[in-house]
Write a protein that binds this ligand. Structure first.
Ligand SMILES: Cc1ncc(COP(=O)(O)O)c(C=O)c1O
Length: 435
């Protein structure tokens, strides 16, 4: 598989390099030189989730990994379902939160972990990442107990929810969590400083796990096909997908699925008040505002990183921006949608509720729509309880981790201190294991 850098098109790298580096020079995104196309989509959709996903990902990866290896990776990564739930004869929810950390990020993080393992050939790797909550959990669980890989996760002390912290700071073993005295931006700056330190990078085998890694987007393509596979051929004729968007990785994967032949008629781009893209689709002017905090906080992004990939897909497929239907909703509308879904017997959370509202207010006659549910309602328990006047139960995994002791260490917001920690960790883990 070859990928080019969207900012420096002559920079062409292998899947392995794109996976390990995350970003190209000038911080450009990697994009596949060839998007595979499936002529016989019906045959592809008849396959089971694992076989179909292995075929899709192998078609991308090409001869860098054998088909057998990719299948093995997919079996380990996608060990949970992505079911469709029928809400009416023309609206379905695609539930993407049945993985170990109860969010759609499990698909991408777990496939990325498997990909790094497949290429590591016994070399020692340190994954360093910053999180404001959900990514940390998905990455921690995806890499937990993997040989030769140490994971260091930075998060802002006291600024993530108690349940979020419990989910990834109680694992131990090869997962090291550092509560930074600072903000999420400080954590990101510390990670950036580590990646800028060439000597450190070489010495500890630093690898990227950031959310724009192409391996994550590739994994997400698979659940679009899985959603479609659960419909009949006739139901797929006029199909609309509504995607709750923040950084636009999810929509990138959906558009790639369509470019590969998935029968998707159109997409609804649903955002919260951070509506840079819906406004851009209407006015053709890219005018990000200051980020606004909302109830669907995982989508509080006003400068979506993945947008250049979307423009590239549209350009390659001769599609117009106007083929995307952009729409944004206020917190009040989000809460109303949560309530209206609950009255229909469906328990949702704010991000899924935004996708639902995008669909239910836009669906035309003869169309059938899927909206993507990206997180388990219990991950946003406070908002959901308040909106629905309920005390929704916690799933077992959240209950279990809530009772476990936190293993995080505190870290000053100082790169020198982080550097010492990383070098010590290398001595204690990578070097010890050699002896
Ligand atoms: C629960 C949830 N829904 C939706 C999104 C938006 O997805 P994307 O950033 O791929 O647009 C996120 C992103 O973090 C999320 O955590």
């Amino acid at each position: 598989m070859k990928l080019y850098n969207l900012l420096e098109k002559e920079e062409v790298v292998s899947f392995k390099d794109a996976l390990k580096r995350g970003l190209g020079s000038k911080r450009g995104l990697f994009f596949p030189c060839d998007i595979p196309f499936f002529d016989d989509i019906d045959a592809l959709l008849e396959k089971d989730f694992i076989s179909r996903s292995a075929q899709i990902l192998s078609a991308f990866i090409g001869d860098e990994l054998t088909g057998e290896t990719v299948r093995d990776m997919v079996e380990k990564a996608f060990c949970f379902p992505a079911p469709l739930v029928k809400l009416s004869s023309f609206i379905y929810a695609l539930e993407l939160f049945q993985g170990p950390t109860l969010a759609f990020k499990d698909f991408g993080a777990r496939f990325m972990a498997q990909s790094l393992m497949a290429f590591s050939k016994g070399e020692k790797i340190t994954i360093l990442t910053a999180t404001s909550g959900d990514t940390g959990a998905a990455v921690a669980h995806a890499f937990y107990e993997m040989e030769n890989i140490e994971v260091v996760i930075l998060y802002p002390k006291g600024k993530i929810s108690v349940l979020q912290e419990a989910l990834f700071c109680s694992l131990g073993k090869n997962i090291h969590t550092l509560a930074v005295n600072g903000t999420f931006d400080d954590c990101q700056s510390l990670v950036k400083a580590a990646f800028d330190d060439e000597k450190l990078k070489q010495s500890i085998g630093l690898n990227s796990a950031n959310s724009i890694n192409i391996s994550r987007v590739m994994a997400q393509i698979c659940y679009y096909f899985e959603g479609l596979a659960q419909l009949s051929k006739s139901q797929r004729e006029n199909l609309v997908l509504s995607v709750p968007c923040g950084n636009f990785g999810n929509l990138t994967a959906g558009l790639l699925a369509k470019a590969m032949g998935a029968p998707i008629k159109r997409f609804i781009v649903a955002t919260n008040a951070n509506d840079t893209v819906p406004r851009y689709l209407k006015t053709k002017k890219w005018l990000p505002h200051k980020t606004i905090p909302t109830l669907s906080n995982a989508m509080d992004v006003s400068q979506p990183n993945n947008w250049p990939r979307i423009e590239e897909i549209l350009r390659l497929k001769n599609e117009k921006l106007t083929d995307l239907e952009g729409i944004s909703f206020t917190d009040k509308e989000t809460l109303e949608s949560l309530q209206s879904l609950f009255e229909k017997g469906y328990l949702c959370e704010p991000h899924g509720a935004i996708a639902y509202r995008g669909l239910s207010t836009n669906l035309k006659e003869k169309e059938l729509g899927l909206f993507l549910c990206t997180a388990h309602p219990a991950k946003f328990k406070e908002t959901v309880d308040l909106a629905l006047k309920q005390d929704i139960p916690l799933p077992d995994i959240l209950k279990k981790h809530a009772k476990m002791p936190l293993l995080s260490l505190e870290l000053e917001n100082d790169f020198k201190v982080l550097r010492v920690f990383l070098m010590d960790l290398k001595r204690k883990t990578h070097d010890d294991k050699k002896e």
